[in-house]
Design a protein around this ligand. Structure first.
Ligand SMILES: *Cc1c(COP(=O)(O)O)cnc(C)c1O
Length: 365
């Protein structure tokens, strides 16, 4: 399995299942449809979705058409999930959407027009969702456009509208008044499409309370342990653990430099452990500014993060070559690593995708 000189990425699908159960319990009465875009936040959308199907998930969201096709293949005929594609209906994508049984999320009038023209020429009306913009100004119909679509008998001809949705821009700040503003606008949109199921909340929105949950919630990052307020949440567990073995242990005298361009000048005698992981394994270089690893039962400051090697100040901790250091995981939450790097947990996880670390999956079905 793993050789003793390589970083190891352990993906604990049992922890994923427990997080899913926590999120379902937070949204009673709503269906929790996991978001597994970007190859399941870098952790393998197929394995993630198969496990979540076993936990009761029956609908999933991806971003790209190709992600939807890959997920349909990974789920197989025995798991006929609804797969929503957030990119919607792009020119020429109709036959591929139908072939893979995907549900596009239509987010502009031209998309609705193109999908409707395709649907009218098809044997059966394809299932679609419609996204409205309620304040984020990224994608989705304006309120005025939504009213035009809802008020016309023609615009949705040839389409089977299954879901109306929108996305919150400030949900990680529960007290931000923009949440309530967006919610009010989404209520208006809902009233335009009576009888159609509605979806508003992603991970952070789920925690905003019952008014935000509607019929379907769309958890992404919290499935993988990311907290709804961009800091660790004790209800959620780490799913990905990145560890790397110590290659070298060295003493650095005061005044000596460490790393390229003297990234760090030792102000006191230091003991540095250099481990076999770097940004090629999915770490973020900037996370050395306040980021930490876990070793010997304590947090240890990151000193440098290079492509293949990361140096950690291990203080007086006893250490031996080959011993593993935790770089992300239960003791190094993705929210903390992300905060140190000036980014969000999502980016921290997605970086692991395509990384070089050897992978181990626990709890696979
Ligand atoms: C990515 C995304 C989600 C999931 O967001 P998380 O913050 O990861 O929970 C939900 N809905 C939409 C439209 C998204 O783009």
């Amino acid at each position: 399995m793993s050789s003793p000189t390589a970083a190891r990425l352990t993906i604990d699908l049992d922890a994923l299942a427990r997080n899913y159960a926590v999120l379902c319990a937070e949204a009673p009465g709503a269906e929790a449809a996991p978001v597994v875009k970007a190859d399941g936040y870098g952790l393998d959308a197929g394995r993630i979705a198969r496990r979540l199907w076993a936990e009761g998930a029956r609908a999933f969201f991806v971003a790209r058409l190709a992600e939807g096709e890959a997920l349909r293949t990974a789920l197989g005929a025995e798991r006929p999930a609804t797969i929503y594609v957030l990119d919607g209906f792009l020119p020429g994508s109709g036959p591929r959407l139908v072939a893979a049984g995907l549900t596009p999320v239509l987010s502009s009038l031209p998309q609705i027009e193109a999908a409707s023209a395709f649907g009218r020429a098809s044997a059966a009306p394809p299932q679609v969702a419609i996204q409205a913009d309620t304040g984020m100004n990224r994608q989705g119909l304006s309120l005025e456009e939504a009213a035009v679509v809802a008020g016309s008998t023609d615009r949705l001809r040839g389409l089977d509208l299954r879901l109306i949705m929108s996305h919150l821009g400030s949900a990680t700040s529960p007290d931000d008044p923009r949440n309530e503003l967006q919610r009010g606008r989404f209520e208006q949109v809902r009233r335009l499409f009576p009888g159609v199921r509605a979806s508003f909340a992603a991970s952070a929105g789920i925690m905003l309370g019952p008014d935000y949950r509607n019929d379907i919630v769309r958890p992404g990052i919290s499935l993988f342990g990311g907290g709804p307020e961009e800091r660790p949440d004790p209800r959620l567990e780490a799913v990905a653990t990145l560890e790397a073995p110590i290659l070298y242990i060295r003493a650095v005298a005061p005044g000596e430099m460490v790393g390229y361009g003297a990234s760090l000048i030792a102000r006191r005698p230091m003991r540095i452990a250099v481990v076999a992981a770097g940004y090629a394994d999915g770490l973020i270089r900037a996370s050395r500014h306040g980021g930490y690893a876990w070793f010997g039962g304590a947090r240890r400051p990151l000193v440098i993060v290079n492509m293949d090697l990361t140096a950690i100040d291990i203080g007086d901790a006893p250490a031996t070559i080959g011993e593993y250091v935790e770089l992300l995981g239960p003791n190094v939450p993705i929210d903390d690593a992300a905060a140190a790097a000036g980014t969000v947990a999502h980016e921290c996880l997605v970086r692991l995708g395509g990384g070089r670390a050897e992978r181990v999956y626990l709890g696979e079905v």
